[in-house]
Design a protein around this ligand. Structure first.
Ligand code: AMP
Ligand code: GLY
Length: 426
């Protein structure tokens, strides 16, 4: 099979690394990829916000199956375009991708199908949002979410009325997130640990592929601003067999059945962001793709071939026993640039990746890297994910940090406590 992977981050590096290790892939192309990916697959320059150019690339490369990493091309309808051309692609259509690209859609959908989530109100104007916050309906803190994609910056947890008003003004009047802030979801603030739960769906059936825990804040002990994710571990000890069955039954199955019943079957990876509250697991958000850095710790645990799983799901032919999981534990530590998440420095030379990968059980995935005059340099906020794998989580964490110690670039920052919350629980 000739396979195309779309994207350029550490999640896509993990997808490509896994596919490259499987025998059935005759040719592997990644667009646009990154220097880590180009060491194991062919890369092709591409603008992922232009579905049309990706269709042409797939034609030119005679691709049999395309896998989409990030949400942007999905929300722009890349799956619709490929399907119109008769090309097999794994991911949701633009209509189905609204589970992620519109929080108002996702909340209304959950309400229609009885999926447990925080109480909410969707507001079309700033006055409505101000009235909703002022009515005391949700109390404080209250959560305010821009409807559309806002690169992880569209959610504010407002401690009081002043913070809520500032957030409403920024999103709806100043339009800080552009059109994404035209509508706002006001919702009840939930309490409890967060889990990223993953399933793969072929449009009518879904199978779980494991749960991970992300570390979203920039600093240790969950301090500082939110980021795209500073590290993750899998499996999550919070998700035992009964909880997994409950999430499949109360969330994943109603989503898959509801989307099909409403006329936009969901095919793709479904990422359920959950908060495990005293009243049970509740959905914080849906993403219609794998997480980053979660993919880096979820994919290596798949004991069955990823290519077969994706090809079957893309063709609507998912079967039980296609995604058995290894008992191994994985921990991934993100090495970020100075200034992240507000800004990020680029162009700093990176050293030590080969030494890191000589550490037993350690793999390094490239996120924001580039090659300049033969030298590997930083090119973005989240530069690398160093993943450790072992039979026990404590050892996986120790390996990831032992690997990270070999790597350096000016301004490198990372959390020292990835996975600690799981160790204290175990
Ligand atoms: P989201 O972009 O929806 O994932 O939200 C970003 C982060 O805000 C989540 O990872 C949570 O930590 C937090 N969050 C979102 N919704 C809620 C909620 N209803 N209650 C408490 N925290 C929330
Ligand atoms: N790590 C969070 C995300 O991928 O959305």
């Amino acid at each position: 099979m000739r396979v195309l992977v779309i994207g350029s981050g550490a999640r896509e590096h993990a997808l490509v690394a896994r596919l490259a290790s499987e025998g059935d892939v005759a040719e592997l192309v990644c667009a646009p990829g990154n220097p880590g990916i180009s060491a194991i697959a062919r890369t092709a320059p591409a603008d992922i916000s232009q579905p049309e150019t990706l269709v042409r690339l797939a034609d030119h490369e005679q691709i049999d199956l395309t896998v989409v990493g990030p949400e942007l091309p999905l929300s722009l309808g890349i799956v619709d375009r490929f399907t119109e051309q008769g090309r097999l692609i794994f991911g949701p259509t633009a209509q189905a991708a609204r589970l992620e690209s519109s929080k108002a859609f996702a909340k209304a959908f959950m309400a229609r199908h009885g999926v447990p989530t925080a109480r909410f109100r969707t507001c079309e104007t700033a006055d409505q949002a101000l009235a909703s916050v002022g009515s005391g309906e949700f109390g404080f803190p209250v959560v305010l979410k821009a409807d559309g994609l806002a690169a992880g910056k569209g959610v504010v947890i407002a401690a009081d009325r002043g913070e809520a008003e500032a957030a409403i003004t920024a999103a709806m009047i100043e339009r800080r997130f552009g059109q994404a802030g035209a509508r706002l979801v006001v919702e009840e603030c939930l309490d409890g640990p967060e889990v990223s739960f993953f399933a793969v769906s072929d449009g009518t059936r879904a199978l779980p592929i494991g749960a991970a825990q992300d570390h979203k804040r920039i600093f240790d002990d969950d301090q500082g601003p939110n980021t795209g994710g500073m590290g993750a571990f899998a499996p999550s000890p919070l998700v035992d067999e009964p909880l997994q069955a409950r999430v499949m039954h109360n969330v994943v199955e109603p989503v898959v059945n509801g989307m099909a019943a409403e006329g936009y079957p969901f095919r793709g990876f479904l990422y359920v962001g959950l908060m495990v509250t005293d009243a049970g697991p509740k959905v914080i958000e849906f993403n219609v793709r794998l997480g980053d850095p979660e993919a880096q710790v979820i994919l290596p645990r798949l004991a069955d071939p990823l290519l077969q799983l994706i090809a079957a799901a893309a063709a609507g032919k998912l079967r039980q026993r296609m995604c058995r999981l290894s008992p191994d534990k994985l921990a991934g530590v993100v090495l970020a640039s100075r200034g992240y998440p507000e800004s990020s420095e680029s162009g700093q030379p990176i050293s030590g990746i080969e030494e890191a990968e000589r550490t037993p059980g350690v793999t390094v995935y490239h996120g924001g890297t580039a090659r300049r005059d033969g030298q590997l340099v930083t090119a973005g906020g989240r530069v690398l994910t160093v993943v450790g794998r072992a039979g026990a989580l404590a050892e996986a964490i120790a390996r990831a940090y032992a690997g990270a110690l070999h790597i350096s670039f000016d301004g490198m920052q990372y959390r020292r406590d990835i996975g600690r919350k799981a160790l204290s629980r175990l």
